[in-house]
Design a protein around this ligand. Structure first.
Ligand code: C5P
Length: 229
């Protein structure tokens, strides 16, 4: 079968990463969670007291950003591609509400987006790639073989995300999670650089009432049809 590029975009907490990861494992593709990259930049800014630079001297911030490396390493034990800043695994830290509440502001800055898109396009696509995010089908890989746009009701998304955060040991209220995903959707959809849109070639999947397995089955049919034609 031909190796494909699969772009999965959509609203916050629609299970994009679970679907992308499941597909990557099933087909042996590389999986990149582009949201983790914007979260890593946000964590870097927070931990190094660089928030002011974001507004006042973005060029200096980008220079500092270029001194660190943001990369993924596959963890064979949990089958997750975990994100690192240099040699430090930051998978847990990037899930905090603090990072979640700031990330859309950071991700709206064009010079930061440019750096992230460069890294995302550096991936060797010959092995097959599944990337999830907000602008993957519209900006990063406009030539993707399959473009998906995931959505679900606000209540379903907030509940899923809340459960996941509690499972990861993060104490947070359902209301705060709901507010966060609604605010992020609003900021991500209204920014001027690479806003979250439904690309004209994207297939929209509302997964409010679908399991992960059902979605993987549906998308697998698209992949197998495309890859054998
Ligand atoms: O995917 P996740 O919800 O972790 O993404 C966190 C945030 O990163 C999004 O709300 C959005 O602001 C930003 N993002 C983006 N473009 C992407 C992926 C994520 O702007 N391709």
């Amino acid at each position: 079968m031909r190796k494909l590029t699969i772009a999965i975009d959509g609203h916050a907490s629609t299970g994009k990463s679970s679907i992308a990861r499941g597909l990557a494992l099933k087909y042996g593709y590389i999986y990149i969670n582009s949201g983790s990259m914007y979260r890593a930049v946000t964590l870097f800014a927070l931990e190094n007291n660089l928030l002011e630079l974001l507004d006042q001297n973005i060029d200096l911030f980008i220079e500092k950003l270029k001194n660190i490396s943001i990369n993924f390493k596959f963890n064979k034990n949990n089958l997750i591609s975990e994100i690192f800043i240099n040699d430090r695994n930051i998978e847990k830290e990037i899930g905090s509400l603090k990072v979640s509440n700031l990330v859309s502001r950071v991700a709206a800055i064009p010079k930061i987006r440019r750096e992230m898109v460069k890294l995302q396009r550096n991936i060797d696509r010959n092995k097959g790639v599944v990337m999830d995010g907000r602008d993957i089908g519209s900006v990063v890989f406009p030539d993707a073989d399959i473009k998906l746009f995931l959505t679900a009701s606000d209540a379903v998304r907030a509940n899923r995300r809340h459960k996941e955060m509690i499972k990861n040991g993060i104490t947070v209220s359902l209301d705060d999670v709901l507010n966060n995903i609604q605010n992020r959707d609003e900021l991500d959809s209204s920014r001027s650089d690479s806003p979250l849109i439904i690309d004209k070639d994207a297939k929209v999947i509302d997964n409010s009432n679908m399991s992960i397995e059902e979605q993987i089955d549906e998308i697998s049919r698209l992949i197998e049809e495309k890859a054998t034609n």
